[in-house]
Design a protein around this ligand. Structure first.
Ligand code: NDP
Length: 283
């Protein structure tokens, strides 16, 4: 629970994953944040009320993130920590080793969610990697396991050939890339969709003229409108900011509802534009 400057008291809603675990629908991401800065930003996020933090081995800030988590005084069971396995650690044994190293850097004895960062299909190792993830899950060291950037083909393979259905597919998703097909497939398989770059990385998307009237109608900012849109679609979101005022702004997204016509206006912004690599070819 958290009292916002406007006075309302909010609790971030949880989503229930396919294994019964719960995950806050709004979390905080630390991509492109240096280790020391991650410690400061995660501390600010936790003070604001965020409880879910999304890092990755490749971000090189698991140590700073872990320092902030451990230094916060917040009980471990009240935190939700995600990290991800990088492509060059794919494979059964190497994934188990990479997980140990991530836990060591975080200074934790389990993570709430461990993700395969990219399918890296050309390496043809994601099914072996998934078997290692299933072991980490069975051992209770990852409370939930999932994938990121998995395409229709890769997700279907893991669902068909794995023992455990991924809890989450974390994909690039914002008004310019709405991922209707993948979201529908995730839903069909019982995989929760989590949006990365939910704000489209800031500037370009947030100054789109389509958002301004909606923001004005609610007395909110374009960023708050975009995050509200995700939440109403059911997506998990993990906006990133190192700016304290934006960390607070991005958390203040619960006291209003977008109308159907506003949702439709945002749906019309989809241009299929990717900011990141194409998961079908990225290795
Ligand atoms: P976001 O869509 O969260 O946008 C972050 C950018 O927007 C930053 O430049 C930030 O600036 C700016 N910003 C944040 N809030 C506001 C605001 N209220 N008003 C204006 N500008 C704002 O992009 P990310 O790419 O960081 O994605 C979020 C998270 O998703 C990552 O941190 C990471 O955890 C995850 N991710 C996962 C990927 C994957 O492959 N699985 C790939 C990419 C991201 P500033 O910080 O200067 O305030």
């Amino acid at each position: 629970m958290r009292r916002l400057p406007r006075g309302e008291i909010v609790a971030v809603p949880d989503v229930t994953l396919n294994n019964g675990a719960t995950m806050p629908q709004l979390g905080f991401g630390v991509f492109q944040v240096a280790d020391d800065e991650a410690e400061r930003a995660v501390t600010a996020a936790l003070e604001t009320g965020y409880r879910s933090i999304d890092t990755a081995r490749i971000y090189q800030n698991e140590r700073g993130t872990g320092r902030a988590l451990r230094g916060s005084g917040i009980a471990r069971e009240d935190l939700f920590v995600t990290t991800k396995l990088w492509n060059d650690d794919q494979g059964y044994d190497s994934a188990l080793r990479a997980f140990d190293a991530s836990l060591e850097r975080l200074g934790l004895d389990y993570v709430d969610l461990y993700l395969i960062h990219w399918p890296a299909a050309a390496r043809n190792l994601y099914l072996d990697t998934w078997r290692a993830f299933e072991k980490l899950y069975a051992d209770g060291r990852a409370k939930a396991i999932g994938v990121s950037n998995f395409t229709v083909e890769a997700l279907t393979k893991v669902v068909d050939e794995g023992e455990v259905v991924p809890a989450v597919n974390q994909i690039e998703l914002h008004p310019y890339l709405q991922q209707e097909e993948l979201r529908a497939l995730d839903a069909r398989y019982g995989v929760h969709t989590e949006a990365w770059s939910p704000l489209g990385q800031g500037q370009g998307l947030l100054s789109d003229p389509a958002l301004a009237p909606i923001a004005e109608a609610h007395g909110r900012t374009p960023a708050q409108v975009v995050l509200r849109w995700h939440l109403q679609l059911g997506n998990v979101v993990i906006p990133k900011s190192v700016t304290p005022s934006r960390i607070a702004e991005n958390f203040d997204v619960f006291g209003f509802e977008l109308t159907e016509p506003e949702i439709a206006a945002i749906a019309a912004m989809d241009s299929g534009t990717r900011l990141g690599p194409d998961p079908a070819t990225f290795s």
